[in-house]
Design a protein around this ligand. Structure first.
Ligand SMILES: O=C(O)CCC(=O)C(=O)O
Length: 342
């Protein structure tokens, strides 16, 4: 396994790249401060987001809509009971999921001591999870989401006209050992089946991402694989011949990892005593249509609506951010932000 410094000229071949030093430490300071406030009352913030989504869902009911994620939730629920096997020396597998193996086993004593110490101090140290839709609620996040450096890379690797449709923080607490992958995040493709055009994710590091605290693992597109159903890698999973081509990417604070929706990626566990956080921003081509395009269904746009207020409702549930903001180019006359005629 080698560490690579990649370059965006390689994006079409590899499906990922890193923009080194995309943001200065000073530029990230207002975001960090806002995050501390959000974390000081996370339930309050989550209730605010849920209320905004509920209001949009109630205004646009979709009676009889199927639950498009039920099968994934069910698979996830059963996973911890299923046996774990090795795939080569550095990966493990449970059922149809494959993930990086921890380099060292979790130490329960260390974890307990740290959790006790953290309770009175930094809440991020004990938080494994996500915080959603910050760009909807805070200018500190809205502005960098559409920063010229972000628009520049997206116009080169995605499309001339691009919208931000979702954003969230991914956090791994100190010594994280979250089941069912022991603190790792399993190999998956972002997929985003709700678009008929490409999407790209930008992930901005708040802390240095090292080999020890949850680095990205990418399998370049050029390794040769198809499209999966998100993290369902099928009965054969990923073989060692693909996993041997994995590249481990580390980041400095302010670096931005960028990947395509069909790039297979995972992250490792956090073996250190400090939190590791990144801000993931999901962008799509503003000319995309909103529907069920990457899975074969008879009527791809059934159960998908863009309301007059510009909210996106999918299978009766709110989808992505409240506002799908244009970050580069111009808003096309058709495409993903155009209200659905009813
Ligand atoms: O931060 C992580 O652990 C996962 C990030 C990820 O999978 C993504 O941004 O697509």
């Amino acid at each position: 396994m080698e560490l690579h410094q990649v370059d965006h000229a390689e994006f079409p071949e590899k499906g990922f790249t890193v923009v080194r030093g995309a943001f200065h430490q000073k530029e990230l300071e207002p975001l960090r401060r806002r995050l501390e406030e959000v974390m000081a009352d996370l339930p309050g913030y989550e209730a605010r987001v849920a209320e905004a989504h509920r209001a949009a869902e109630e205004a646009h009911p979709m009676a009889g809509a199927p639950d498009a994620t039920a099968h994934l939730v069910e698979q996830q629920r059963r996973l911890p009971e299923l046996p774990e096997t090795a795939v080569g020396p550095r990966h493990l597998r449970r059922h149809n999921r494959v993930y990086p193996r921890r380099r060292e086993p979790a130490d329960p004593v260390l974890m307990r001591q740290d959790a006790e110490a953290a309770r009175a101090g930094d809440p991020w140290r004990t938080f494994d999870g996500q915080v959603h839709s910050l760009a909807d609620f805070f200018a500190e996040f809205r502005e960098p989401a559409a920063h010229p450096i972000v628009g520049d890379i997206l116009s080169r690797v995605l499309a001339p006209n691009v919208v931000l449709w979702a954003d969230h923080i991914f956090a791994k607490g100190a010594y994280n050992n979250e089941p069912p992958y022991h603190g790792a995040n399993r190999y998956h493709q972002d997929g985003f089946f709700q678009f008929d055009r490409r999407t790209v994710t930008c992930w901005i590091a708040f802390e240095a991402v090292t080999e020890d605290n949850g680095p990205f693992h990418y399998i370049p597109l050029s390794a040769g694989y198809g499209q999966f159903d998100f993290d369902d890698l099928g009965p054969d999973g990923l073989g060692v011949e693909l996993l041997d081509q994995e590249e481990v990417v580390t980041l400095e604070p302010g670096d931005m990892a960028v990947h395509d929706r069909w790039s297979l990626h995972a992250t490792g566990a956090n073996l250190t005593g400090s939190a590791r956080r990144g801000w993931a921003l999901h962008y799509t081509d503003a000319e995309a249509r909103f529907g069920e395009f990457a899975r074969p269904v008879a009527d791809a746009t059934k159960w998908h609506a863009v309301t007059e207020a510009g909210h996106h409702v999918r299978y009766g549930r709110f989808s992505g951010n409240l506002t799908w903001r244009l970050v580069c180019g111009t808003q096309p006359a058709n495409g993903v932000n155009m209200p659905t005629s009813s």
